[in-house]
Design a protein around this ligand. Structure first.
Ligand code: ADP
Length: 359
C-alpha cells in the first residue's frame, strides 16, 4: 500500500475577540489541536466524534479551504502549499452533507457536474457533455436528468449529483463530510453502497466524516475517534468496534441503539456535554466525563501511543481498564443488517416496477 494523504500535527486555533473593533483577544477556540493521520490508496479512514469535536474543521484544513495554524498536509508525498495547491484542488474532491445547500439551485445538473472540469480546463464543451452523461450513469441517474434543476430531485438523487460532480475530475481522494446524515435511513444505505462501489471501481480513497457509527461500520477500513480537537483512538475498524480501548470510544459505541433488550444498559452511555473547545479541560480532555478518571488524568495530557500494532490510544490507563462489554459490536450488526434489508426491499420494489425509482 502507498500513502496518499499524510497529515501531521494539524492545528487550527481561532482567536476569540471582544471589545471595541474586536481589538482584544480574550481566548482561543482550539478547533483542531495536533491531529495526525494517514490514508493509504484505496482506503477509507472514518473520523468520528460528537458534534463540535473538530471533524469538519479537519476536512476543511485538508482541502485548504482554511489555513492551518500549524502542521502539515502531504498529498502523494508532496507538501500541500503554494503551487501544489492547484493539483490538490483537482485530485481531492469533497461531498458535503447537505446536497441541496451545496448545489447551485440555478444551475442545471449538467452544468453543476461539468463545473469542476471547466474550472480545471479539462476537455471541450462536447467532451464535457459526454462525460456528464457517463457520470450520471455511474451514479445511477439517467441522461435526461442532465437538463433538470436540483429542486426536481429527491435528497438521495441530489447526493448522487454531488458525487457525480466530485467524480468528474477523476479525483484520487474524496472527502465525504457527513454525506448521508441528512438522508432517510433506507436511502443512506443506497448512497453508502454507491460510494463503496465507486471506490472499488476507481481505486478511490475516502476521508469519511460521520457521527453515526452504524454508517461508519459499513464504510470504514480504519477509524479515528476525535474528542475536543484531538484524536483519542485510531485503529482498524474491527479493532475499534470489537476492542475499543479509550473510554470515549466505548461511550460512543454504548450510545448506539441496542435492538436486543437483554443487551440494553450493559454499558452506560456517556453523560454530560462536550466541554467548550475554548477552555478544554487540563490533562486528558475527556477526564470530566470519564467513568475511569484518576488524579493523573487531570494533571497530565496523555499522548497517542501504539498499544497494539496499528492501534493507537491516548489514555494513561488503556491497559488496565476493565474489559470492554461487547454489547455494541453485537448491537451494531443488527442495525446494519436492518438497513441493508430496507435497501434490498426498496430495490426489489423497483425491479418489480411497483415503485418509481426514487433515490
Ligand atoms: P464538527 O465537524 O466535529 O461538528 P467543527 O470542526 O465544525 O466540529 O467545529 C469544531 C469547533 O470549532 C467547534 O467548537 C466550533 O464552534 C469551532 N469553530 C469552527 N469554525 C470556527 C470559526 N470559524 N470560528 C470560531 N470557532 C470555530
Amino acid at each position: 500500500m502507498t500513502t496518499l494523504l499524510e497529515v501531521q500535527d494539524l492545528t487550527k486555533h481561532y482567536p476569540v475577540r471582544q471589545g471595541l473593533l474586536l481589538a482584544k483577544q480574550v481566548g482561543t477556540v482550539r478547533a483542531v489541536d495536533g491531529v495526525s493521520f494517514r490514508i493509504e490508496r484505496g482506503e477509507t479512514l472514518a473520523i468520528v466524534g460528537e458534534s463540535g469535536c473538530g471533524k469538519s474543521t479537519t476536512a476543511r484544513l485538508v482541502l485548504r479551504l482554511i489555513e492551518p495554524t500549524a502542521g502539515t498536509v502531504r498529498f502523494d508525498g508532496q507538501e500541500v502549499s503554494g503551487a501544489a495547491l492547484r493539483t490538490l484542488r483537482r485530485r481531492v474532491q469533497v461531498v458535503f452533507q447537505d446536497p441541496y445547500a451545496s448545489l447551485n439551485p440555478r444551475l442545471r445538473v449538467a452544468d453543476t457536474i461539468a463545473e469542476p472540469m471547466e474550472v480545471h480546463g479539462i476537455g471541450t464543451p462536447e467532451s464535457r457533455a459526454a462525460r456528464v452523461k457517463e457520470l450520471l450513469g455511474l451514479v445511477g441517474l439517467a441522461p435526461f436528468h442532465a437538463q433538470r434543476y436540483p429542486h426536481e430531485f429527491s435528497g438521495g438523487q441530489r447526493q448522487r449529483i454531488g458525487i457525480a460532480r466530485a467524480l468528474s475530475v477523476q479525483p484520487e481522494l474524496i472527502i465525504c463530510d457527513e454525506p448521508v446524515s441528512a438522508l432517510d435511513v433506507s436511502i443512506q444505505a443506497q448512497v453508502v453502497n454507491l460510494l463503496k462501489h465507486l471506490q472499488r471501481r476507481f481505486g478511490l480513497s475516502y476521508l469519511f466524516i460521520a457521527h453515526d457509527l452504524a454508517v461508519v461500520h459499513h464504510m470504514a477500513d480504519r477509524v479515528a475517534v476525535m474528542y475536543l480537537g484531538q484524536i483519542v483512538e485510531s485503529a482498524a475498524k474491527q479493532a475499534v468496534f470489537a476492542n475499543p480501548r479509550h473510554p470515549y470510544t466505548r461511550a460512543l459505541l454504548a450510545a448506539i441503539p441496542q435492538p436486543d433488550p437483554r443487551r440494553r444498559g450493559l454499558v452506560k452511555p456517556i453523560g454530560g456535554d462536550v466541554p467548550s473547545p475554548m477552555n478544554p479541560p487540563p490533562g486528558c480532555r475527556f477526564h470530566t466525563r470519564c467513568p475511569h478518571a484518576r488524579p493523573r488524568c487531570k494533571a497530565e495530557m496523555p499522548t497517542l501511543r501504539e498499544i497494539e500494532p496499528g492501534h493507537t490510544v491516548a489514555c494513561h490507563f488503556a491497559e488496565v481498564l476493565p474489559p470492554h462489554v461487547a454489547a455494541a459490536e453485537d448491537g451494531i450488526a443488527p442495525v446494519a443488517a436492518q438497513r441493508l434489508a430496507l435497501y434490498a426491499a426498496a430495490r426489489a420494489r423497483r425491479m418489480e416496477g411497483r415503485e418509481r425509482p426514487e433515490i
